[in-house]
Design a protein around this ligand. Structure first.
Ligand SMILES: [Zn+2]
Length: 297
């Protein structure tokens, strides 16, 4: 069909449609037509879908307020960290991972929301640099600043009506800070008249499942402790692959295994796979959901 014929057919369709509209207006009147259109537009088919996100930062304040009023009274605070993870994993490993895990846990719980990730955490002395700070890109803040950040975050959520604030920490060294802040706030709030009704939980079960729990699953499959490792080794790399494979540089795995501690790697990541990581992910989500349900009953 040439372009002139296509244009002709389109014009004819428009004329037929216009005649039909004029006939409908004659029968129903302008107000009648507008009423029908209004009804159609307000029907569930045309109405904007209510937001289903479990991430606080993706909702408006009124949407979040409605969600809390409707029973979503638990808030998960994902805590990551920005640190070296060998030459084969990106600096934001903890942040991406804990964010994804928190969402999976919230979905299973059914009454929980997910706060924005805390990506700035204590990583040791800056001058002179210690631990991960010896490697480019690691960010460290003082422990006192970190605990103040956690405390104000929990206080904010209590103010907005959440009843349970749950800290999920993906990194090892700051677990004691989460414990301290959770214990302090829960003790403070339970002791004061009028301020009861909110608890803060440091979910050590989450971190234990990600480390010891995953370790046991891998040992049972024949991997050695030396290969599984503790930082950027097989277990750590597998978990990351299961969450987002673009965070891992496959062509750097051999270098990571060879350089070891010198380049920030404890373990051997060469045989890491998403399937081995998924064992850990399932275990972390299952364990955390059960622990949160138990603590928030
Ligand atoms: Zn870490």
């Amino acid at each position: 069909m040439n372009e002139r014929r296509i244009l002709g057919v389109r014009l004819l369709c428009w004329v037929i449609w216009l005649i039909r509209v004029i006939r409908v207006i004659r029968v129903m009147g302008v107000m009648g037509v507008m009423g029908v259109m209004g009804l159609l537009l307000s029907s569930p088919v045309f109405a904007a879908p209510s937001p289903t996100s479990l991430r606080i930062e993706e909702l408006t304040w009124t949407e979040l307020s409605d969600r809390i009023a409707a029973g979503s009274t638990t808030v998960l605070v994902p805590i990551g960290g920005t640190e070296q993870n060998g030459p084969h994993m990106v600096l934001g490993k903890h942040n991406v991972r804990v964010n994804a895990l928190a969402l999976q846990i919230a979905k299973s719980l059914g009454n929980a929301m997910v706060a924005p990730v805390l990506a700035y955490v204590p990583e040791g002395s800056i001058e002179p640099p210690t631990a991960h700070m010896r490697f480019t890109g690691t960010i460290s803040i003082p422990e006192s600043a970190f605990e103040a950040l956690l405390e104000s975050t929990a206080r904010s959520f209590k103010r907005h009506g959440f009843r349970d604030v749950v800290f999920l920490g993906d990194h090892g060294d700051y677990q004691k800070s989460l414990d301290r802040v959770a214990a302090r706030l829960t003790r403070d709030w339970s002791g004061r008249a009028g301020s009861a009704g909110c608890r803060v939980h440091s979910l050590s079960d989450f971190y234990r499942a990600a480390t010891d729990g995953h370790l046991q699953l891998l040992l049972a499959r024949g991997f050695s402790k030396a290969e599984i490792g503790s930082h950027a080794g097989l277990a750590d790399t597998a978990l990351t692959l299961a969450i987002d494979s673009t965070l891992v540089r496959q062509d750097q795995l051999a270098r990571a295994a060879q350089a070891g501690r010198r380049e920030g790697v404890l373990g051997d990541p060469r045989r890491a796979s998403a399937a081995l990581g998924q064992l850990g992910v399932d275990h972390i989500v299952e364990t955390s959901v059960a622990a949160i349900r138990e603590r928030t009953r």
